[in-house]
Each structure stands twice: as structure tokens, then as C-alpha cells.
Design a binder for this molecule. Sequence first.
Ligand code: GDP
Ligand code: IMO
Ligand code: MG
Length: 433
Amino acid sequence: MPVLAIIGAQWGDEGKGKIVDLLAENAHVVARYQGGANAGHEVVVGGESFILHLVPSGILHPGKINIIGNGVVLDPESFEAEVNGLRKRGVKVDGCLFVSDRAHLTLALHKQLDAAREGASEGKKIGSTKRGISPTYMDKAGRVGLRPADLNDADYCKSIIAANLYEKNILFKELYGVKPLSAASVFAEVKRHFAAVKPFLADTTGMIHKFLAQGKNILLEGAQGTLLDIDHGSYPYVTASNATAGGAASGTGLGPTQIGRVIGVCKAYTTRVGEGPFPTEFDAKKSHIVRELGGEYGRTTGRARRCGWLDMVALKHAVMVNGLTELAITKLDVLDTMAEIEICVAYKIGNKTMTRFPASVSELDRAKPVTKKFKGWLSSTKKARSLKQLPTNARTYLKAIEALAGVPVGIVSVGADRTETIFVNKKARDYSF
Ligand code: GDP
Ligand code: IMO
Ligand code: MG
């Protein structure tokens, strides 16, 4: 099946946008399958940077079909701003961008609730992006969400808004001191939003299956990463969707057997934004050095990313729960000036040594990394375009990642630009598998 999924193998920001942009060249369709405007996928083309939040990272290749699938939560306000921003920069969106009529809509009330929950001193601070993601998925699961398909029926919309506000206004008023919302104002907002998304709406599941039947290449773009996955991540410090490969099927309407290859994108080290355990996290000084070398600031919120060594316990978990068939290792160049590099191969928790990623957040919090040390290469990798052009120690490092993870490395990225990439072999960018 010519369907390839790109999945974040860590805590997000692995460089999925760059890899999707590269592989979009040989794709016919690029589809986002979960998450929302919490994502920030940067693509750099000829020194020009594009940051995509909802629009798939295939949009910079003219002539591709870009789909926002049913599993995505769509904030129409953010969508409109992003589409207009792309149009202004000469990127064609009309006629090549489609939004599922089943995607759930993020409204102002979801963003308000996200911010209120994050700000509450009694609540649980997750360090969310405050883009309303968790409240939108809560309403989806709570059966009081709205989807574009519902918006033609005003009476149905009004009944859902009433059911939603029946509970939300109690939370706003009694818990968070936020002014309750009127059903009329929310309905007016929904109507406004409908106008913004209407020209893009489509039965995207049907579209994907039609292209699949024609033998077209389909690329599925994950947002966030495995360790932020609601089921397989470091719960509760996760996002509210399935960022893993299962989500790629449910979030587009493909069957799991129709996905042929699953590429895990993984930095040569690790970063994380927001709260939650991070066993291989550097101390403040080293974190600062790597943050500056790697430009590790969130592309959605601007927050400083926490930095640490590559965590093989976590990566092996990602290999397992996604069925990864290969890895794309990004940001190898960021390690160019390190004399010594470490990979965490196990966790020490109390007097136990674990190689399994723990389900318990308190165990993960207590985990101390057991590391394997590697000599740095202390020279620039940025100009390498084949494995042979990499310094020997960099090749040794990549070989160790392959051996420890148990899956081959197909792509190595040595800079943000499209051109700063090593395809290990022809198969790495091919859809005929
Ligand atoms: P995503 O959310 O997974 O798409 O990743 P982000 O775009 O949030 O963060 C990755 C950042 O690293 C972006 O700013 C990319 O332009 C940049 N980047 C991607 N690959 C490389 C690389 O190999 N080297 C360097 N130095 N930067 C990279
Ligand atoms: P991309 O697609 C990194 C993190 C937030 C927070 C947690 C929950 O660019 O890799 P949410 O707003 O989703 O409820 O926040 O998840 N988070 C991300 N971290 N990259 C992302 O997306 C993220 N999207 C959410 O920082 O810790
Ligand atoms: Mg990002």
C-alpha cells in the first residue's frame, strides 16, 4: 500500500514538518490526522521559513492535495489566519486544501476553558499550549462537540450548544470566575466560523480512499509525538489525542492494514515543552547551550524547550507502539560541537533497573538515566549529503541508534533546510514498497 505515516517518536518538535515536506515531493496527498493548532511544524525552503499549525506540511509543494482529517480539532479562527498568511506569501491553498466535515471545531469557549484550567491554582498544570485542544476533545468524547457537517442544521447546532453550555457555564462561573456565555453568542460565532471553513469542506475519507484505489501515494502527517500520546505517553502530561500510528488510521478513515510504512522522526537528542517528567533532561547550563545551538524554542508558543540526551527507553517504546519501520534522525548537526554524547539505555528507579517505559508518572519522575557514552565528532556535518560524508564518530553514533532501537535509519537531517538531508538509500524517499 503506498501509504506512509510520519510519527513523532519523542515529545513533539522532532522535525516532522521538515520530513513531511521532503517526502511530500513524491506524494499525491498529504493528510494531518490528529491534534490541532497546538502543532507548530516549521519547514525551511531556500532560507525562507514557514510555520504550519493546521495546514499539512505538503502545502509548499504545488499541485499536492492537502487534507485536514477527521481526527483533527480545527480552530476556524486559527485556520483562517494561517490560510490567509499562506495566500499572502504566494502559497496556493485554494483547490488543494480540504477539511474533513467530521473534524471537531475548537471554539472560543474551548480556548477559554484551556486557559482557565491551566491558570487554576487547585488544578493540574500540564503546560498546555492553551489552544483549546483538550476541551475540544473532551466535548468530542462527551458528545457535545460540533463538526462542520452539523452546521447546516441550525436547530441541531442550537441544541448542542445549549447542552454544552449547560455544563460549561457552571464551570466558568462557579470554578473559574469567567463570565458565562450566552447560547446566542456561541451560535453567532459558529455561523461566522462556518463561513470561513465552508469552501474547504469535503468528505476527506472518501477522497483518500478514491486516491488509494487509483494507486496514488498518500503521506500521513502526525502532530505532537508518541510520548505526548493520550494512551501511550507520559500520562497525564500528554496531549488529548492519539499521536501514534493508530491515530493515523482512525484520524483519516484508513484501515490499519492500509498503512504500509511508519517512519518515526527522532532528534539526535531529546526536547520537551511544558510540564512533566523528562529522565534525560540536562541541567540548566547544558540545556541552555543545546537550546541555543538547536534554536529550541516552541514554534507555537515561543516557550523555551527543555533539552536532554537521547532516551532509548522512550524510543524503543515508540518503535513498539507505532510499529515503526524506520527512523528519520534529525538535528544531528546540533551535536557537532559536543566532545562526548550520551544515550540513555535504561532507567534506574530506586534499586530497580528498567528498560521498559513506565506507565506510572511517579516512577518516570524518579527515573535516573543509565547512559552509554560516545565520542563526539567535533566537526560540521551540515554539508554532508551521504553517510560516507559524515565523520566516523557521527556514523558510529547513528549505527548505535539503529542497533539499540532495532530499526534502520532511512533519513538523517543535518540542518533545517530541505537540502540539508541525507537519504540513506533510494528506498528512503520511495513509495513503492
Ligand atoms: P515538528 O513540530 O516536529 O515539525 O518540529 P518543529 O518544526 O517544531 O521543530 C523542529 C525545528 O528544528 C524547526 O525549527 C526546524 O526548522 C528545525 N530543524 C529540522 N531539522 C533540523 C536539522 O536537522 N538541523 C537543525 N539545526 N534544525 C532542524
Ligand atoms: P508539534 O506537532 C511539542 C505539549 C504541550 C503540553 C502538552 C499538552 O509541533 O510537535 P496541549 O495544548 O496539546 O493540550 O498541550 O503537549 N505539546 C507539544 N509539545 N510539540 C507539539 O506539537 C506539541 N503540542 C502540544 O507543551 O506539554
Ligand atoms: Mg513543533
